[in-house]
Ligand binder design. Structure first.
Ligand code: NOS
Ligand code: ZN
Length: 376
């Protein structure tokens, strides 16, 4: 009798070398702990809950681990507090690009809400320009270090606030200067995407791209509004699309997803290839999923939804793209081919022009994975 050999578990060294594409990363959720401390000391912000980097990093991870999106979001008050001057914003953006590049990320969209960075007297445009400058500097440094990365900013409007029209206009104004699109974020329950319909209608008139955080802390109605009412190009998280998928008996969907039945909304999302910006560790912390092994991302992969892997908030989750990928390999059986597929999915869904996406897929992602396959 011949036994099928168990697939080789991918080593951390290999996963860290894999080319990665990241669509869902919050700039204010990815600061280095030491940078927060430096910036707090320089600016006189006295509210930090810890004064050494290790303890502060731990504090963010623990506090974000509450099982509630609302409490998770409270931790951002400390990062936002030290992102109120042009120098602070540029430094954080520069380090974001460098850290992602060092992790093997070759393309990343990082998002932030300009309206949260005006407490120190900056205008919205000064906030955006400071971030864009930092991203350009970070790209240049990463290239010089031999780890080139393309960085794009997304402008977020906070869903509980009333600034989305203005932020959407800025996303259009800065479209050719490093801003790829628009997003809404913040507490989901009680703040449906349709509250910001005029911003989305404006963006569509302008042929601009946007994604919407939906289906994270709230279910199908939020996803339905985001897609069918607001016209979102992509879904931030979208993990609750599972509520519209029936698996005949527990865990019975096999590797091809046989045994699963899609409702109308889930079928629409799959048929239209609507990208899902999935963030496994973040979902465990906010209670949107129970474990990596049972996270819907694997079933959705098997069902061939357009799944992408993302970090959400590297600081609050103590994570990186390599870590998210490694967890899927170790705890949910993902293969190198699966990681390559998710990376190409992300590049196909990026908010940059088609020819530029294709160039990264053909000249960076595919050769990178081919070299790794040859090495396994
Ligand atoms: O997973 C999330 N769901 C909803 N909102 C989020 C998430 N992560 C971060 N933010 C919110 O987005 C703002 C801009 O980056 C952050 O300040 C945070 O309030
Ligand atoms: Zn997010």
């Amino acid at each position: 009798m011949t036994e099928t050999p168990a697939p080789a578990v991918l080593s951390a060294a290999l996963v860290s070398r894999a080319p990665k594409a990241l669509l869902h990363d919050h700039l204010d959720g990815g600061l280095r702990p030491q940078t927060i401390i430096d910036l707090a000391n320089e600016s006189g912000y006295a509210g930090l809950p810890a004064s050494d980097a290790d303890a502060l990093g731990q504090w963010f991870r623990d506090s974000a681990d509450s099982g509630s999106l609302e409490r998770y979001l409270e931790t951002f008050s400390h990062t936002v507090a030290v992102m109120q001057t042009a120098d602070q914003l540029s430094r954080v953006a520069r380090e974001c690009a460098i850290d992602l590049a060092a992790d093997g990320v070759v393309y990343a969209e990082t998002r932030f809400a300009p309206e949260q960075h005006v407490a120190g007297g900056l205008s919205l445009t000064e906030v955006i320009e400071a971030v864009l400058e930092g991203l350009r500097d970070g790209e240049a440094e990463a290239a010089a270090a031999g780890t080139p990365i393309r960085m794009v900013a997304l402008l977020t409007a906070m869903r509980h606030a009333a600034k989305s029209d203005e932020i959407a206009e800025l996303a259009v104004r800065y479209r050719d200067q490093g801003v790829g699109g628009f997003d809404i974020a913040g507490a989901e329950a009680g703040f449906p995407p349709s509250r910001h319909l005029s911003a989305f209608e404006y963006l569509r008139r302008e042929n601009a791209h946007f994604t919407i955080h939906a289906g994270e802390a709230f279910g199908l109605p939020s996803i339905w509004e985001a897609i069918q009412w607001c016209g979102a190009d992509r879904l931030g998280h979208g993990v609750r699309i599972m509520d519209d998928i029936t698996v005949s008996d527990s865990d019975s969907a096999d590797a091809e997803g046989e045994g699963a039945t899609l409702g109308r909304l889930a079928a629409y999302v799959r048929d239209c290839r609507i990208p899902l910006e999935m963030c496994p560790t973040s979902n465990l912390q906010t209670g949107a999923a129970e474990s990596i092994a049972t996270h819907p991302i694997s079933l959705l992969k098997d069902l061939r939804f357009r799944v992408t892997i993302n970090t959400d908030n590297r600081l609050m989750s103590g994570t990186s793209m390599s870590r998210e990928m490694q967890l899927l390999v170790d705890e949910a059986g993902w293969t190198l081919d699966d990681l390559r597929w998710a990376t190409i999915n992300a590049m196909k869904s990026a908010f940059i022009p088609f020819d530029e996406r294709l160039a990264i897929i053909e000249h960076v992602v595919k050769p990178g994975y081919a070299a790794l396959s040859a090495a396994t």
